[in-house]
Design a protein around this ligand. Structure first.
Ligand code: AMP
Length: 400
């Protein structure tokens, strides 16, 4: 069985064809600059890499190119479209319209139109991506998988904001979270790795990348997460501020003559690690600059680790204990400094890192890095959002 996973952006489309028997990638690639001059098409399969500057005026053309390449006589991996058993589409925001992955139907697409403005850059692109795939593969079952999906089990006291309740009822203003497929995937992998039933585990999952979020997972069910109505909330990130006193934002806006929309661009794109350090949003650059003595780069990293530590502490309280802390994504999987500084001085909680295991942690594989006398397991787990989407597609479309 093969499942095609599609991640559509406003001018891009990432794809992976996954063999579900082996859960391995058969082919993958990227369509860049769709609808813009100099579109670029990348296809990788069986060690072959094809890169073509080819005109892609819209997502329909991009999807057709992907399918043609997958079936290509020379570099293709399937002989007919029928070999694609299902398509999973990543969708960033669901609002309260979708509480779980959902089969693509006319009714579902009407709802998708209604929630477009929850993620103005991403949701409209997902609709375009679904329609482009439907045009080429009208008979193939398709599933919408939402970044927010895993977080719908949060209790109301965790997802509500302390504002006028009428605004929740009228506009569905609340915490939705993000990175849900990743949090769910690594929590499941953690249980598998420990050889335990996920129902018996309390896990804190730290998805730390350019965007970062932390979740509390109790018995396989998310009970809280750090991102909010949008991905702006929580720990500071590459370019996002994370949690901030809104009165401070208003004060800056007034002084600098920004309107609300400019302020949001400032908080989303010019803040976080980039804003504090003035060096970069990339943690590799920050680490290097900090080592060279750059005070602001060091400060940005320390602020990041301290914010992560506070979320881990508060989620330990929310969960009434923790069995495992999982690190994943670009920074979580690769940055030993961030892991060590986030977890330092947490032995009161029974959380103790082994410095050597942390520093020599192998890349791309699951690794335990806690000290022998740590009560809590500390595990680095590579995330795989595409595989998580493919698994959900298989389950929801009842593919066998
Ligand atoms: P992601 O959003 O998950 O793709 O993560 C991107 C972030 O991971 C960037 O800030 C990168 O600097 C960071 N990253 C990737 N590789 C490393 C590494 N080897 N050491 C430190 N940070 C890394």
């Amino acid at each position: 069985m093969k499942i095609l996973v599609i991640n559509s952006g406003s001018s891009s489309l990432k794809y992976q064809l996954i063999d579900m028997e082996t859960e391995s990638v058969v082919a993958k690639g990227l369509c860049e600059r769709i609808g813009i001059a100099n579109s670029n098409f990348i296809y990788k399969a069986r060690g072959v890499v094809v890169e073509q500057q080819i005109d892609m005026p819209n997502h329909n053309v991009a999807v057709k190119l992907v399918l043609d390449k997958l079936m290509d006589k020379e570099v293709g991996v399937i002989s007919s479209m029928k070999e694609i058993d299902g398509v999973g589409h990543r969708v960033v925001a669901s609002g309260e319209a979708f509480k779980e992955p959902t089969l693509v139907t006319e009714q579902a697409m009407v709802l998708m139109e209604e929630i477009k403005d929850l993620a103005p850059l991403h949701n409209p692109a997902a609709i375009v991506g679904v329609n482009a795939c439907l045009a080429q593969m009208p008979e193939t079952p398709m599933v919408l998988v939402f970044d927010t999906g895993f977080h719908f089990t949060m209790p109301d006291h965790a997802y509500m904001y302390a504002v006028d309740y009428n605004h929740y009822e009228k506009y569905k203003i609340r915490r939705y979270g993000a990175h849900g497929t990743s949090h769910q995937f690594v929590a499941q992998e953690c249980a598998k790795h420990l050889g335990k039933d996920i129902k018996d585990l309390k896990i804190i999952t730290c998805h730390l990348g350019n965007g970062s979020s932390i979740s509390a997972v109790d018995g396989g069910v998310c009970i809280d997460t750090s991102m909010g109505f949008t991905p702006l909330a929580g720990v500071p990130m590459g370019t996002r501020s994370g949690d901030i006193d809104y009165a401070a934002a208003e004060y800056i806006a007034k002084k600098e003559g920004m309107d609300v929309s400019q302020m949001l661009t400032y908080l989303n794109k010019k803040s976080g690690m980039l804003g504090v350090s003035g060096v970069s949003s990339d943690f590799r650059d920050l680490g290097k600059a900090a080592q060279e003595g750059n005070y602001r780069a060091k400060l940005a990293l320390e602020m990041f680790c301290y914010a992560c530590k506070k979320y881990i502490g508060s989620y330990t309280a929310a969960l009434n204990g923790v069995d495992a802390i999982v690190f994943t994504a670009g920074v979580g999987e690769n940055d030993e400094y961030v892991r060590a500084n986030t977890l330092k001085n947490m032995d009161f909680f029974g959380i103790k890192l082994d410095q050597h295991k942390n520093d020599t942690c192998p890349r791309g594989t699951i690794a335990e890095i806690q000290a022998d006398d740590s009560k809590v397991k500390i595990i680095v787990i590579p995330t795989n959002e595409e595989l998580a989407i493919a698994r959900e597609t298989k389950r929801v479309a009842k593919l066998v």
